[in-house]
Design a protein around this ligand. Structure first.
Ligand SMILES: O=C(O)[C@@H](CO)OP(=O)(O)O
Length: 338
């Protein structure tokens, strides 16, 4: 059985030997952790799931029809690109144990609270009818838990599979040898570049006690100014440099090729990405606050990001104005699953 390698920048599977994955591993240039990319196995264009074929036949040229199974998706096909639209879902992780304790967290890797688990599940319900072909998370467990818990609610019931490419052995040992299983999997790529901003010497300190000690204004400046870093930490601008660069280099090409993408990350890494998507100024981003458990939906179409989700809506219907294609996808899911 021939293995195939998941090629991160192409977002597809190449026969082992053709994909120089090592050259794709970015150099780490600062504080926090892990490398990204990994292996996965190539899907077979021939063996398709019948029920999915029903969806494809209704809307064969669009990306929202579960392109991971669609043989027509080809990253080098320009005409395909022009017609594609893709969904982009952003989720801030649910409440963590340090959110609960009101501690500066940054790159410290703490898990979700029970409430955070429930928020992640609730977020998953809101996006359960939106197709997801690839998942990106930070390297931190709170974002990864959120992504995984959210996907337990997804109606397509594909299984998120974390891509491991830290070493050749990790890559080889995590191969999947069933075509059917691969088709029912969603690659999950973790990158430290999506981590929360590094909070420097504030990490682990209590937010209220820090405000009492250094003054409310000073702490507010550390927390919400655009270009003033906390002591030995990252400003939002510095966080944006690596998070937005990663978004442009790694994630936008997937959207361009028609893949529907979910990103589970953090208050500040997502604020910096939203600043880029919504073309916010450094003044405007200061007042942008993201709630936990409220996913946001963007549609990527003809090179533009169109915001469809409001962070404030109380229910799925209130949150998203579906595009025609998303509505069609949902209708087909209803027919398939009910
Ligand atoms: O502590 C942190 O890492 C972040 C997010 O919880 O805090 P802030 O609200 O200051 O961005």
């Amino acid at each position: 059985m021939a293995a195939a390698v998941f090629h991160q920048s192409l977002g597809t599977f190449l026969p082992h030997g053709q994909a120089n994955v090592a050259s794709n591993v970015p150099k780490l240039n600062s504080k926090c952790f892990k490398v990204e990319v990994g292996i996965f196995r190539k899907k077979s264009p021939r063996s398709r799931n019948t029920s999915i074929r029903a969806i494809q036949s209704s809307s064969s040229q669009t990306s929202v029809v579960d392109p991971i199974l669609s043989p027509s998706i080809n990253t080098s096909d320009d005409s395909q690109k022009k017609q594609n639209e893709a969904a982009l879902i952003l989720i801030r992780h649910g409440e963590s144990l340090w959110n609960e304790k009101n501690l500066f967290t940054g790159c410290v890797d703490v898990p979700l609270t029970r409430k955070g688990v429930e928020e992640a599940i609730e977020a998953g319900k809101r996006i359960s009818n939106i197709p997801v072909d690839m998942i990106y998370t930070s390297s931190l467990i709170r974002a990864q838990m959120t992504a995984m818990l959210a996907m337990t609610q997804h109606r397509r019931k594909k299984v998120p599979v974390i891509i491991h490419n830290e070493t050749e052995q990790a890559r080889v040992w995590s191969q999947i040898f069933s075509e059917e299983t691969k088709k029912q999997s969603i690659p999950v790529i973790a990158s430290w570049r999506l981590n929360e901003r590094m909070y420097g010497e504030l990490q682990g300190l209590n937010k209220q006690e820090t405000a009492d000690r250094y003054g409310k204004e000073q702490v507010h400046e550390w927390r919400r100014s655009y270009d003033i870093p906390p002591p030995n930490g990252e400003s939002l601008e510095m966080c944006a440099e690596r998070a937005v660069a990663y978004f442009k280099d790694q994630i936008v090409p997937q959207l361009q090729s028609g893949k529907n993408v979910m990103i589970a990350a953090h208050g500040n890494s997502l604020r910096s990405i939203i600043m880029y998507l919504d073309k916010l100024t450094s003044q405007e981003v200061i007042s942008l606050e993201l709630s936990t458990g409220i996913p946001m939906l963007y549609i990527f179409k003809e090179g533009n990001f169109i915001r469809r989700g409001s962070p404030a809506g109380p229910s799925e219907a209130g949150v998203y104005a579906y595009t025609r294609r998303l509505a069609l996808y949902r209708q087909k899911l209803d027919e398939m699953l009910n």
